[in-house]
Design a protein around this ligand. Structure first.
Ligand code: F6P
Length: 369
């Protein structure tokens, strides 16, 4: 299948998130209008390659595509399960049989690892754009979808706070994030949490109970908000935690068992609402900037790179390096942990570090003082 026009494939792989359609829109607009490329949307990522299922995407009348700006999910469908490597040859052949000159995947770190292998084996002209509400893709400060998910959780926390306060209840709110605590940390600080538990910092039930007691003694506060990341496993060797419906339920049970004062507890596991909804402005900007840049790379014939967001701008990084460094975890010494501690939030059993200006710190002389 060969045409004189270059043909660009695009797909979305891994769990969906807000901003995917915005990125697709940006890719189609820039590829067709600026470079005159043809764009094929591959349906359900590698499954579409395997089954040769794709649809033409064009910007004629971007009016029709404007609706994509506001739409959650992905019009191309996605997959985050399946034995892709077991069908590597069929998937690889799909790229060539569809006549692609380049392929852009909007994906998280799990998919990226697999796609990187396929791209190398199949000699694909491959580029990636990071997306995930977990924000755990290495070498990028932000992935598409994270900002909107943070806003969704903050909105939920504000609703929970009013009912918690009215009934003098302690709420344990579980948020997603897989093995990383970015979503819990950002939304917990922004949403007024009293306690934030993340996988990167050990915590104890005793520490949690002491903090709840302190809220009562110091402020007379009987209600509280505990935000726990789904991957924040307990430090105590308690095989029992596996028998709970979720980590939030386990923590709630433990607090009831160990608290010296009676506490009325409720659990709220936010679940997939964190992945839905229209993208917020930051995700739209990120998706547009990243989509645009990926198309520029394809047009220049530069491949094997992921578009990333570092220090307030779009940059590109080698996919091989990203894959080697994933997943990206919360740095326990980061300014956000210090900020949380400064606000009096319990973030686990970790002493507060002194403030060090990260820019001045690059100057070894000042750091040495
Ligand atoms: O990686 C995104 C994510 O939403 C994680 O935060 C969560 O653990 C997982 O996907 C849920 O996956 P599924 O949609 O397969 O239940």
């Amino acid at each position: 299948m060969s045409t004189s026009r270059k043909r660009l494939g695009v797909f979305t792989s891994g769990g969906d998130c807000p901003g995917l359609n915005t990125a697709i829109r940006a890719i189609v607009a820039h590829a067709t209008l600026s470079y005159g490329w043809e764009v094929l949307g591959i349906l359900h990522a590698t499954q579409g390659l395997m089954e040769r299922k794709a649809i033409p995407l064009n910007a004629e009348g971007l009016g029709g595509m404007d609706v994509l700006l506001n739409m959650g999910g992905t019009i191309l469908g996605a997959i985050n399960k399946g034995d892709t490597l077991g069908h590597a040859d069929e998937v690889i052949a799909g790229y060539h049989e569809l006549g692609l000159d380049a392929l852009i995947a909007i994906c998280g770190d799990g998919s990226l690892k697999i796609l990187h292998q396929l791209a190398q084996k199949g000699n694909w002209n491959f580029l990636a754009i990071p997306k995930t509400i977990d924000n755990d893709v290495a070498l990028t400060d932000r992935a598409i979808g994270f900002d909107t998910a943070v806003n969704t959780v903050v909105e939920a926390l504000s609703r929970i706070t009013s009912t918690a306060a009215s009934h003098d209840r302690v709420f344990v709110v579980e948020v997603m994030g897989r093995t990383a605590g970015h979503l819990a940390l950002y939304s917990g600080i922004a949403g007024g949490a009293d306690i934030i538990l993340i996988p990167e910092i050990p915590y104890s039930i005793e520490g949690i109970c002491q903090h709840l007691q302190k809220l009562r003694d110091r402020w007379g506060r009987k209600f509280a908000l505990i935000v726990v990341a789904e991957g924040a496993k307990p430090l105590e060797q308690d095989a029992n935690h596996c028998h709970h419906a979720s980590i939030a339920h386990y923590i709630a049970d433990k607090i009831v068992q160990h608290s010296p004062i009676p506490i009325e507890l409720r659990v709220s596991v936010l679940g997939h609402i964190q992945r839905g909804g229209a993208p917020m402005a930051m995700d739209r900007l990120l998706a547009a900037g990243m989509g645009n840049t990926a198309v520029d790379l394809a047009a220049q014939g530069t491949f094997g790179r992921m578009v990333a967001w570092q220090a307030g701008q779009v940059v590109t990084v080698p996919i091989a390096e990203v894959v080697a460094k994933c997943p990206r975890h919360v740095d326990p010494d980061s300014f956000l942990i210090r900020t949380a501690q400064g606000l009096g939030i319990y973030v686990g059993d970790k002493p507060m570090l002194p403030y060090v200006d990260p820019i001045l710190c690059r100057n070894e002389v000042i750091c040495a003082i």
